[in-house]
Ligand binder design. Structure first.
Ligand SMILES: [Zn+2]
Ligand SMILES: [Zn+2]
Length: 176
């Protein structure tokens, strides 16, 4: 039986994760659970960048997945990959692990007052997007589709948390 496991990796807003579970189950047609294994992020801190290395974290999470499972690690720490100054999330196409950071999703980071709903929506979009990659979906150019690639939260706010028709059909095909 396949599972999507949501794993908080230093993420305090557990209610955000709990309310995501049923939605992800429906969206991906896979049972989604919250799992809280002990996982220390300290070794992945890069003192020069003051950020955490997403690729290294993903590699350590891979052995924690079952054969058909997906893991989504969610953190409030700031993530990077070597070629980019920051990332909202990272996943490998067809891989088993996705990683998402809420660090840059709060309005307060951009000098605006925080809006919990906006934060929830952005977090959900990131999770659905990265999970989409693990199921084999590539970036999409259909405006509004969750698989559109975004670099800034303003762009993220322009898209929905849903797959466009094409991506949805593709997802069904990929899941066999
Ligand atoms: Zn992407
Ligand atoms: Zn699409």
């Amino acid at each position: 039986m396949s599972l999507i496991k949501i794993i908080p990796l230093q993420f305090s807003a557990m209610d955000e994760l709990e309310k995501m579970l049923s939605l992800l189950s429906a969206r991906f047609k896979v049972e989604t659970v919250l799992s809280t294994p002990h996982f220390d992020l300290t070794p992945y801190f890069n003192p020069v960048r003051s950020q955490y290395n997403a690729n290294e974290i993903i590699q350590k999470l891979v052995p924690m997945t079952g054969e058909t499972d997906k893991i989504v690690g969610i953190t409030e720490l700031d993530l990077f990959i070597p070629v980019l100054s920051y990332i909202f999330g990272q996943a490998y196409l067809g891989g088993s692990v996705a990683l998402v950071s809420g660090h840059r999703l709060e309005n307060s980071r951009y000098g605006l007052s925080d809006d919990p709903l906006v934060f929830s929506q952005r977090l959900l979009k990131c999770v659905v997007h990265e999970l989409g990659h693990t199921f084999g979906l590539k970036h999409c150019f259909q405006p509004g589709c969750v698989m559109v690639s975004t670099t800034y939260v303003e762009e993220m706010d322009q898209k929905s948390d849903r797959f466009c028709r094409k991506c949805n059909t593709k997802l069904t095909q990929l899941r066999g």
